[in-house]
Design a protein around this ligand. Structure first.
Ligand SMILES: [Zn+2]
Length: 137
């Protein structure tokens, strides 16, 4: 399940950063969750908690809080280089849901709003990003 591998990557990165920064304790990790990232947030949170306990040998993560913010999906046309987001796609709610749950179908529904090309890339909103790690020294 990819929630677990994402959670593991987040915890591993947090532990590594804290070693680099010489932190005694990590108090907060702020994550951005891409709009097109198919993620079961409940499973993801559970995985983070479980892994924090398992992987954390020096009780670095004991007081850790996880904050999550959604990150907008941004598309970029390969033909005319226009960038746009979901608000500009003109998708109906049903189409939006279809794209949201299966990002790979985005190309079936979305066209560049400027030149109507179906040749675009997703430049933001597909992953889980660590925005900040806060801690005490
Ligand atoms: Zn275009």
């Amino acid at each position: 399940m990819h929630e677990w591998s994402l959670a593991e990557a987040v915890i591993a990165t947090a532990l590594e950063e804290s070693r680099k920064e010489g932190l005694e304790e990590i108090t907060e990790i702020k994550l951005k969750i891409g709009e097109l990232q198919q993620l079961d947030v409940e499973i993801f949170k559970f995985a983070l908690d479980e892994l924090a306990e398992t992987l954390d040998e020096g009780s670095l993560l004991k007081e850790m809080k996880i904050k999550m913010e959604p990150e907008k999906a941004i598309f970029k046309c390969r033909v005319c280089e226009k960038e746009w987001d979901f608000g500009e796609t003109g998708l109906s709610e049903e189409e939006y849901e279809a794209v949201h749950f299966a990002p790979e179908v985005a190309h079936a529904y979305i066209r560049c709003p400027s030149c109507k090309s179906p040749d675009f890339e997703v430049i933001q909103g597909r992953g889980v990003l660590i925005q900040t790690i806060k801690g005490k020294r």
